[in-house]
Design a protein around this ligand. Sequence first.
Ligand SMILES: Cc1cc2nc3c(=O)[nH]c(=O)nc-3n(C[C@H](O)[C@H](O)[C@H](O)COP(=O)(O)OP(=O)(O)OC[C@H]3O[C@@H](n4cnc5c(N)ncnc54)[C@H](O)[C@@H]3O)c2cc1C
Length: 467
Amino acid sequence: MHRDDTNPPDRVNVKHYLESCLPCYARGLSNGERMPKRYDIVVAGAGISGLSLAALLALEGSHSVLLLEKGSVPGGRFKVEKRDGYLLDWGIHACLLGARGAIGEVLRRCASPVRISPVGMALYHDGALRAILGERLISIARQQALSSLDMARLGLAVFREWGESSYATSVAQWVETHRASAAVELLLKALCIGLLATDQFDRASIGELFSFLRQTARHGSAVGYPQGGWGPVLDTLLETVQGSPKCESRFDFGLECVIAPRKRVRAVVVNGEEIECRAVVCAFPPQMLAERVTVDPPLPAEYGRCLASLEESAGLCIEMGLNRPVTPDTRVVFSVDPPALVWAVSNLSPRVAPPGKQLIQFFSPLGPDQQKDERFISDRLDSLVDLGAAVFGGPLDEDWRRHMVTTVGGVVPFTGQARPERPAVEVPGYSGLFLIGDGVCVAGLGGDLAVRSALVAESLVCEYVRQ
Ligand SMILES: Cc1cc2nc3c(=O)[nH]c(=O)nc-3n(C[C@H](O)[C@H](O)[C@H](O)COP(=O)(O)OP(=O)(O)OC[C@H]3O[C@@H](n4cnc5c(N)ncnc54)[C@H](O)[C@@H]3O)c2cc1C
């Protein structure tokens, strides 16, 4: 749902960028060679979930795999764009759970040299910047956001409230029922905006937020950023897939139909051609399985309706190239009013900006009506630029700015579509049909969830095709 992209005078086409810097892409993954007619596993979608799964299957090495991508370039919502010597993230920006999260795990298994640097978190409110989480351990910091009593109460809740009822409780309900202090309410709202990508506090699931905080405590890491940006991560995954004699990748090939006589997968139809396979993994948001892909025999009507009704999150994303650095801060800064997060990502990975320049990124969630309201978006844009100047203590001297309103998460973690309610990785009632990505019933949020679902699917799919 990419709506707007201002000032793109020298925007570099992503495909050209990938061709110039990714050797395996330049080798012609999207060439017109005829495909063999039979594979063990078809992975449809080369976003971060499909690429991760294909890379894991390539490393496992036992099964023949076909990776299909409907578009002409890999990455989905995880792409990198080059502009004036800057490397701009298209979708995924922050690596949730840092090096200890699912993305770190897949990179380790690919023996990738890409390092994920830890990132601290801060809260900007009423003109003051306060620490929230340390770079490594959960340390809802002293200088700061919460009193010791608040910290103890919140810590207890995070570890005690983890059943299905917490996923069905909204942030606003939880604040009210627990008579949370103003400081706890502010902190939860800020984390909701930054981590769940929504400021609809009466709908966002507190269970998802608590689950993230528990994982942060367990792994000792909240957020990270890859050195060199996300390009080297994409590169690693593609090279792993392309380097395997068991894996084929095809671009401009969209999955059209899954053929599953007696509900056991036998083949797929791709660009009008039938290809035999034993398992199909749909690595795209679940709504698309209901709306864009035919399953024969069809998915039960109620299941299809459930998939189609899942709501996505969306927001305003700004990238700003500054002609001189304004801050040495390496933390991601959350704000509730305006709802946003902002950080100087080139402080974490200097290679994403030219020497002497600085790359600033903003994200602000938008509800469905706000996304269509040009006036609202323009006002939000102004308030975000003011926020940046306030957070970094001076005017932002921009060389250029890019902004876009776009879909962010495949399924926004609202109550009713939080983890327990999301579709399972194995499509019920069908043998050999799987669903991965950032909308399935696996722990996590955003890109971390997408990749974790690939880790979960790897063993399920391998076990299935071995039978
Ligand atoms: C602006 C923005 C900011 C974000 N910030 C963060 C962040 O900071 N941290 C974070 O963790 N996450 C973030 N996200 C979310 C993150 O980008 C996604 O969760 C993740 O990239 C989803 O990956 P995916 O593989 O599940 O899906 P996608 O990236 O959507 O990939 C699906 C792929 O499938 C292809 N496809 C669709 N239909 C078919 C078909 N029929 N046949 C073959 N291929 C098909 C699509 O073309 C696409 O390439 C952000 C997203 C956006 C847009």
